[in-house]
Design a protein around this ligand. Structure first.
Ligand code: COA
Length: 193
């Protein structure tokens, strides 16, 4: 898979999010994957739990790419991307191609031999009426899944966004991604109206 196609996916997510936040809550992206926009009301969001995580830094780029590949491989969102593709995707995210990267609201958890989990946030449509922080990526490497790590990191991101004065937190999820949808439902994300 080419880097362009990987990059296009998140760009498409951002476009879809603008569409779904203004419209039906559902959209049909290229490649036939149905995606859903979801929003968390930060005023009523659950509080964050204690976890020894830290904010994501540009120096985490390689580790984030390795984490991305491990987490996504074998899921409905994986199209055979390589480590190089993942690296480009992370590079696009951190460098602001999808909206300003909010490093202070993006968290990683260090694990043995690399990163265990990450929650990466960008600011979509900055300065416009529909400006919203977007959860660009949440990922937990396979051996560390089902231990509450993604939940804890997303709630840390939500708490940081709230402290900055944001009132909502958006994301777009592939309709068939059952683990992610359960995770977001549990955290209180609702379909975008
Ligand atoms: C989705 C993902 C981030 C979840 O990470 P995680 O650290 O395992 O999530 P948590 O442990 O916080 O899970 C919280 C809840 O989400 C749901 N959930 C998580 N993984 C699940 C799975 N494989 N199947 C069903 N439900 C799941 C469960 O309700 C879980 O609570 P429980 O374990 O008490 O039942 C992880 O599976 C992943 O990295 N997937 C690949 C990348 C991806 O698809 N990201 C989302 C893109 S929008």
């Amino acid at each position: 898979m080419s880097a362009e196609r990987v990059g296009l996916r998140l760009t498409a997510w951002a476009d879809e999010l603008s569409t779904v936040s203004a419209g039906s809550g559902k959209s049909e992206p290229p490649k036939g994957r149905k995606r859903l926009g979801m929003v968390l009301d930060l005023v009523s969001a659950p509080g964050s739990t204690d976890l020894a995580c830290r904010t994501a830094a540009h120096s985490d780029k390689e580790a984030l790419a390795a984490l991305m590949l491990d987490a996504y491989r074998g899921t409905v969102d994986y199209d055979g991307e390589s480590l190089e593709d993942a690296l480009r995707e992370i590079d696009h995210t951190l460098s602001g191609s999808y909206g300003r990267f909010l490093s202070g609201c993006s968290f990683v958890l260090d694990g043995e031999g690399g990163l265990s989990a990450a929650s990466l946030v960008v600011l979509l449509n900055e300065g416009r009426n529909d400006e919203t922080p977007l959860l660009a990526f949440t990922m937990t490497r396979k051996r560390d899944q089902r231990r509450g790590l993604a939940s804890a990191l997303i709630l840390r991101s939500a708490a940081s966004l709230s402290q900055l004065g944001h009132s909502r937190f958006s994301l777009v999820v592939t309709a068939d991604n059952v683990p992610a949808r359960r995770l977001y439902d549990r955290l209180g994300f609702k379909p975008a109206r």
